[in-house]
Design a protein around this ligand. Structure first.
Ligand code: UDP
Length: 330
């Protein structure tokens, strides 16, 4: 198979590229390195079947050529990370909406299958836990920029489904829940790389709010496995899938676990090492967080047999090891 990965130098994209090459597929990556990082794909450069273009997905000539040469597009290029979204809402909306529009247009020209990355932010602050793909969305006002991410991705979904309906384009939508693993950067606010780096530096762990909010963290290898299964599932076309773990943890408990794994102490001087940062200070005044976010992954399992295999503990160990090695190589 020849797979075009937009955003392929990003965290999920680079893991996907690696997995595809390992099983003998061809991979072309397009990435403008805005949040992706060349270091992520450096080890793949020169490998048979690997090609890359440092360019934007709205560059039509380049996308036209890459699309004509591939069998399937995995569209991961997007503005992600709550911090980035709050601080750069124009970029978020433009990248997500215009970028996806450009990808779908050219995909339709060549009738190529598109796996479109969406997000659990789609559900907003709904408390219909666990979230099912057909659940209602509950969002805050447009004056709170966090919600622009959810709506920009919802437009992407609508557009993808519309291309499927109107033009018969094979589109599959994947709503990623919190995805973590080696190579994810804390630069755009993601909690696990931030906590791990803080713990390794001996700094305080910045728990936002009171830490009672919870998330389910899915190992990127499990996420990649889900993508590979969906690509090969003909019934998945025209459908929306949650992709995530159901192992729920509060952010406070997560901070304790990271400290425990890094320091080895059973009950680390937990409270001393934690600092509680009000949301208004961490993000912006009036910021609204989701209290809980848990996927219902029954549909993905029914269609593909997928189940998450890696526990949060294993994932944390992998991330800690990754950052330990990075620190040593500096
Ligand atoms: N968070 C935190 N400290 C940090 C970064 C994030 O307590 O240094 C919290 C954040 O407020 C949220 C959770 O961790 O409740 C997950 O944040 P992340 O940005 O990783 O993903 P989100 O679920 O918000 O998309």
């Amino acid at each position: 198979m020849r797979v075009l990965i937009t955003g392929g130098a990003g965290f999920i994209g680079s893991h996907l590229a690696e997995a595809l090459l390992a099983r003998g597929d061809e991979v072309a990556v397009i990435d403008d390195l805005s949040t992706g990082c060349f270091e992520n794909i450096q080890p793949l450069v020169g490998k048979p079947g690997f090609h890359f273009a440092i360019d934007t997905i709205t560059h039509e000539l380049v996308m036209d050529r890459l699309t004509s040469e591939c069998d399937v597009i995995v569209h991961l290029a997007a503005a992600v990370g709550v911090e980035l979204i709050i601080h750069d809402p124009v970029r978020t909306i433009e990248t997500n909406v215009l970028g996806t529009h450009a990808v779908l247009q050219v995909a339709a020209r060549y009738r190529k299958k598109v796996l479109l990355a969406s997000t659990s932010e789609i559900y907003g602050k709904s408390n219909a836990i666990p979230f099912r793909e057909d659940a209602d969305r509950v969002l805050g006002p447009t004056t709170k920029s966090r919600w622009s991410y959810s709506d920009s991705k919802a437009i992407d979904e609508f557009l993808g489904l519309a291309y499927h309906k109107k033009h018969g384009l094979p589109v599959i939508i994947c709503r990623f829940f919190n995805t973590v693993g080696p190579r994810q950067t804390g630069q755009y606010g993601m909690v696990i790389p931030r906590f791990v780096q803080q713990a390794l530096r001996g700094d305080s762990i910045t728990v936002y709010g009171d830490g009672s909010q919870s998330r389910c963290f899915c190992n990127v290898r499990d996420t990649v496995r889900a993508l590979l299964l969906l690509i090969e599932c003909p019934e998945a076309v025209g459908e929306v899938f949650n992709v995530g773990s159901t192992e729920e943890v509060t952010i406070l408990e997560l901070a304790r676990q990271v400290l425990h794994l890094v320091t080895g102490e059973r009950q680390p001087q937990a409270t001393e090492r934690l600092v509680f940062v009000p949301y208004a200070q961490a993000y912006e005044p009036g910021f609204e967080d989701m209290q809980r976010r848990v996927p219902d992954v029954g549909k993905l399992k029914r269609f593909t047999g997928w189940e998450a295999q890696l526990s949060l503990r294993e994932t944390l160990q992998q991330v800690i090891e990754y950052y330990q090695l990075k620190r040593m190589s500096k």
